[in-house]
Write a protein that binds this ligand. Structure first.
Ligand code: GLN
Length: 446
């Protein structure tokens, strides 16, 4: 009830939520109360959680912030929703996002723009901006988002919360509406690293319904948090402090590295030379996969359907013309072009080859370092409208996070500090399935 009251007073100013599930939340909270009274409660029992509206929730509208799915009510729960419900967590609402998770500011929602709780004239980041803003504004203690190129970490940085993108394959994507399947991962937003570890404990695990799910030994991510980080080797890739990183962001990262040095870590500058190709690789691969994944929205099976015509082709054309917003159309066109005969080798195959080079550079770095530390985003949160008309400048906000998805690595954004009253995030990256390393380092900093 306390969280519902807070949503009532605060959310009209922030607009983080697409759908409020207050009746369900109170019913679930009631059950959780009786469990706790019986002494059966565990870490997440009764904890209200906000879900990005890209995650299917049985019987609850799931829009992807698109007109295409305005009235879509999934007949099943995503694996992560199932897992959290299995631990008696409470579904309190669904969060606004960039349409189909394409964007970095939540301005691409077909419905409304979420505002940054620290400065409501600024964006909360994206595409999981609603989830990040909900946690930052105290509408819920935790939220889930999805991260294809930075959509958890960048909004976490902009809203001064913790956001984790797990290793590709650690968390089941079953029931996550697909954007770019080889890059998408689901992860939590919380106010501190300890809560992130608790959320990861709940959502990680093998799922045969996701063919890219990787079996891992049962791990307790919470138990390792107090361990010392003394002697850990941290690499600082110089390419991540070039390319448009503002002096304010750089100063916060430098100060954080000093903290790690004082904690006994060994800090060393290093190089990942192919970093500057990552954005180009991403904007071939992600749109290509999106063009295939979004082919299903044809007005026939589900979602918006234009019916005012006798022609099948016109029905499909109009359905997609009206149902999709401009950024989604841009991606579909880019991807269709990159995959078409005659261009496939020059663009898509080439991008896949560079993807391998980027992955190998990370592999080599992790032979020398336990973790890499970089800024999460090159700038502080920008003004609403500032980049909306210029897709390329918007794409640049993910320059520090995209390589991590390309290589399938785990990455976290923690609160690095503030500059000029605005949040700056710190990104910590490790090798595949080394979530414990980044959680330990994040926790030690906090
Ligand atoms: N901003 C990037 C994009 O628009 C990343 C989005 C994401 O991670 N879902 O594609």
């Amino acid at each position: 009830r306390a969280y519902l009251d807070r949503i009532d007073t605060v959310d009209p100013k922030i607009q983080a939520l697409m759908t409020l599930t207050d009746e369900l939340a109170l019913a679930q909270a009631g059950e959780a109360d009786s469990m706790i009274a019986r002494g059966d409660g565990e870490a997440l029992t009764g904890i209200p959680i906000v879900f990005k509206d890209v995650l299917c929730t049985k019987g609850i509208r799931t829009t992807c912030s698109s007109k295409m799915l305005e009235n879509f009510i999934p007949p099943y729960d995503a694996a992560v929703v199932e897992r959290l419900r299995g631990r008696w967590a409470v579904i309190i609402g669904k969060a606004n996002m960039d349409e189909f998770a394409m964007g970095s500011s939540t301005e691409n929602s077909a419905y409304f723009t979420t505002r940054n709780p620290w400065d409501t004239s600024r964006v909360p980041g994206g595409s999981s901006g609603g989830s990040a803003a909900a946690v930052a504004a105290g509408l819920a203690p935790a939220a889930l988002g999805s991260d294809t190129g930075g959509s958890i970490r960048q909004p976490a940085a902009f809203c001064s919360v913790v956001g984790l993108k797990p290793t590709y394959g650690l968390v089941s994507r079953y029931g996550l509406i697909a954007f770019a399947s080889s890059l998408d991962q689901i992860g939590p937003f919380t106010r501190d690293v300890a809560d992130t570890a608790l959320m990861l404990n709940a959502i990680a695990g093998y799922d045969p319904r996701d063919s890219t799910s990787v079996p891992q030994p049962e791990t307790d991510y919470y138990g390792c948090l107090g361990d010392s980080v003394k002697g850990m080797r941290i690499g600082v890739p110089r390419e991540y402090l070039a390319q448009g990183v503002t002096p304010q962001v750089k100063a916060v990262v430098d100060a954080a590295l000093k903290v790690y040095e004082d904690l006994g870590c060994k800090i060393e500058e290093c190089s990942l030379p192919t970093t500057d190709a990552a954005l180009a690789v991403y904007y071939i691969i992600a749109p290509s996969e999106a063009s295939a994944n979004l082919a299903r929205y044809d007005g026939v099976k589900y979602g918006y359907s234009f019916k005012d015509t006798d022609s099948m082709w016109q029905a499909m054309e109009k359905t997609r013309a009206i149902g999709f917003g401009p950024e989604v159309k841009r991606r579909i066109m880019l991807g269709t072009y990159a995959l078409s005969a005659g261009y496939y080798d020059a663009w898509y195959v080439k991008a896949q080859k560079v993807r391998t080079v980027i992955r190998r550079e990370f592999d080599a770095a992790f032979e020398r370092y336990d973790a890499l530390v970089t800024p999460t985003a090159p700038t502080m949160p920008f003004k609403i409208g500032e980049k909306a008309a210029d897709p390329f400048s918007m794409y640049l906000s993910d320059i520090c996070t995209i390589p991590v998805n390309i290589a399938g690595l785990p990455g976290i954004s923690i609160q690095g500090g503030f500059a000029e009253g605005l949040p700056v995030g710190l990104q910590i990256i490790a090798k595949p399935f080394a979530e414990k390393t980044i959680l330990k380092l994040g926790h030690a900093f906090q």
